[in-house]
Ligand binder design. Structure first.
Ligand code: ASP
Length: 441
C-alpha cells in the first residue's frame, strides 16, 4: 500500500474517532452534575486544543509565509511573459467572483424556500436564546465586525489595498498577512524575469526553497491523523451533535445542503466543462487537503497541503498552483459567501423581517464582498457577517435585525465552518485546475 493510502486511511480513522470521542466527551461534560467531571471535561478539551490547534495547525501555519513567497515567485517566473500573466490573472479573478456569486444564489434560493428562521421563531424564544449567548466572544466578534461595517465601503477598499501594499514587507511577513506577501512576490518575480541570466540564480534558489517546504508539508502531514482526531474531538466535545436536531437544526442542514449542492454538483460541472477533467477523480486526488480543511476550519492553514496535493497528485502545474492557490485561499471563498447569505436571511426571518427582492440583491452583493474580505481562518466569516447585516439594516432604514442576533448561530458556527472551509478549498483547487488548463492551451 502506498504512503498516501496509509495516511488517508489513518486520517479517516482520526476523523471518525474524533467525532465519537468528542460526542462522548460532550455528553459526559454536560450531563454530569458532578463538578469534578466538568473539570475533567475542560481538561480533556484543553489537551485536544493543544494537540490540534497549537501543534498540528501551528506547524502548518508556520509554513505558510515562506511557502506563499516561494510558490508565487516560482509560479510567476515560470509563466514568464507579462501579457500571459495578465490574461491568467484576469481569468482567475473572473472565476473567483463568478463561482462565489453562483454559491450565493444557491444559498438564497434554499434559505427563502425552506425558511429556517420561521422555524426558529416558532419553536424557540428568540429573545431568550439571544440573551443566553451574550458572551464576551460574541461581543468581540460584533465589535470587530461593526468597526469594518461602520468604516464603510471606502475604508474596506483602503484596508484591502493597504494589505496588498504593505509599507514594510518584513512586518507583513511577521504578522502573517499573506496578501502583502503575494503582491510583493508577484512584483519581485516579474522584475526577476527581466534580469535574464542573472535572474536564474534567484529562480533556482526559490525553486529549491519551494521543494524543501513541500517536503516539510509531507512530514507534517504524518501528524495529521492525530491532529485531525484532536481537532474534531475538541470541536464536537464543545458543541455536541444534538445541534442538528435543535431549534436551529433546519438552518444548519439548509446551509450544509447549499454547500453540498455547490461543492458536489456546481463546481464539478464547471470543472468538467471548463477544465475537461473528471471532477470526482480530482476530488479524490486532493482528498488530504479537503480532510485537512474539514478539521482545521482554515483555508490558510490548509494551503500548504492544497499546494502539495494539487501539484503532486492532481496534475496542476507548479506555475499555476503557485499563485492561483495562495490568492484563492485569501480571496475565493464560495462556502463562506453562501453561508453569509443564508445566515443574514435566516436572522431576518427569525426577527420577523420580510426582505424584498432589492434587499436580497444587497445580501447577494455584500455576502460576496464579505467573503472576499474574510481571512482564511476559523470563524472569519462570522465577523464579516456583521457587514451584510448592517447593509440590509441600512436599506431597511432600521436596526430590525440586531447584530447581536449573531449570538443565535455563534454556538455551533464551527460545525458549519468545517464544511464551508472544505467548499472554499475545493473551489480554490477547481480554479487552479481550470486555469492550469487554460494557461497551457
Ligand atoms: N474558516 C473559513 C476559511 O478559512 C472562513 C470562514 O468562513 O469563516 O476558509
Amino acid at each position: 500500500m502506498s504512503r498516501d493510502w496509509i495516511l488517508t486511511i489513518l486520517i479517516m480513522l482520526g476523523l471518525v474517532a474524533g467525532i465519537v470521542v468528542g460526542e462522548m466527551l460532550y455528553d459526559a461534560g454536560y450531563n454530569a452534575n458532578d463538578p469534578s467531571s466538568v473539570h475533567a471535561h475542560a481538561g480533556a478539551l484543553g489537551i485536544f486544543e493543544f494537540v490540534g490547534v497549537s501543534v498540528f495547525m501551528g506547524l502548518l501555519k508556520m509554513l505558510i509565509i515562506p511557502l506563499v513567497a516561494s510558490s508565487v515567485i516560482v509560479g510567476v517566473t515560470s509563466v514568464g511573459d507579462f501579457s500571459r500573466l495578465g490574461r491568467i490573472g484576469a481569468a482567475t479573478l473572473f472565476y473567483y467572483f463568478a463561482t462565489m456569486m453562483i454559491a450565493v444564489i444557491i444559498g438564497l434560493v434554499i434559505v427563502t424556500t425552506i425558511r429556517p428562521g420561521d422555524e426558529l421563531a416558532k419553536t424557540a424564544n428568540v429573545a431568550q436564546l439571544m440573551q443566553e449567548q451574550q458572551t464576551d466572544s460574541l461581543r468581540e466578534i460584533t465589535d470587530r465586525g461593526e468597526v469594518m461595517a461602520e468604516a464603510g465601503i471606502m475604508a474596506a477598499v483602503r484596508n484591502l489595498v493597504g494589505q496588498m501594499i504593505p509599507t514594510n514587507i518584513v512586518e507583513a511577513m511577521a504578522k502573517g498577512q499573506p496578501l502583502g506577501v503575494i503582491c510583493f512576490s508577484i512584483f519581485f518575480a516579474v522584475i526577476v524575469t527581466t534580469l535574464g541570466d542573472k535572474g536564474k540564480i534567484i529562480v533556482e534558489f526559490f525553486s529549491a526553497v519551494f521543494e524543501v517546504l513541500m517536503r516539510m508539508v509531507v512530514a507534517v502531514m504524518w501528524l495529521a491523523p492525530v491532529g485531525v482526531f484532536a481537532l474534531l474531538a475538541w470541536t464536537i466535545g464543545r458543541i455536541g451533535l444534538a445541534v442538528f436536531v435543535g431549534p436551529a437544526g433546519k438552518f444548519i442542514i439548509g446551509s450544509l445542503l447549499g454547500i453540498g449542492i455547490h461543492a458536489l454538483i456546481v463546481l464539478p460541472l464547471i470543472l468538467w466543462i471548463f477544465g475537461r477533467t473528471n471532477p470526482f477523480r480530482f476530488m479524490f486526488q486532493i482528498r488530504q487537503a479537503l480532510l485537512t480543511a474539514l478539521a482545521t476550519d482554515s483555508s490558510s492553514a490548509t494551503l500548504p497541503v492544497t499546494i502539495e496535493c494539487t501539484t503532486e497528485y492532481g496534475g496542476v502545474g507548479k506555475e499555476t498552483a503557485g499563485f492561483v492557490l495562495p490568492l484563492g485561499s485569501t480571496i475565493n471563498m464560495d462556502g463562506t459567501a453562501l453561508y453569509e447569505a443564508v445566515a443574514a436571511v435566516f436572522l431576518a426571518q427569525a426577527f420577523g423581517v420580510e426582505l424584498s427582492m432589492t434587499q436580497l440583491i444587497i445580501v447577494a452583493v455584500t455576502a460576496t464582498l464579505a467573503a472576499v474580505g474574510a481571512a482564511g481562518i476559523p470563524s472569519a466569516g462570522l465577523v464579516t457577517l456583521v457587514i451584510v447585516i448592517d447593509s440590509v439594516n441600512g436599506s431597511l432604514g432600521t436596526t430590525a435585525i440586531p447584530v447581536a442576533g449573531i449570538g443565535l448561530i455563534l454556538g455551533f458556527d464551527r460545525i458549519i465552518d468545517m464544511f464551508r472551509t472544505v467548499a472554499n478549498v475545493w473551489g480554490d483547487a477547481v480554479g487552479a485546475k481550470i486555469i492550469d488548463r487554460l494557461a497551457k492551451d
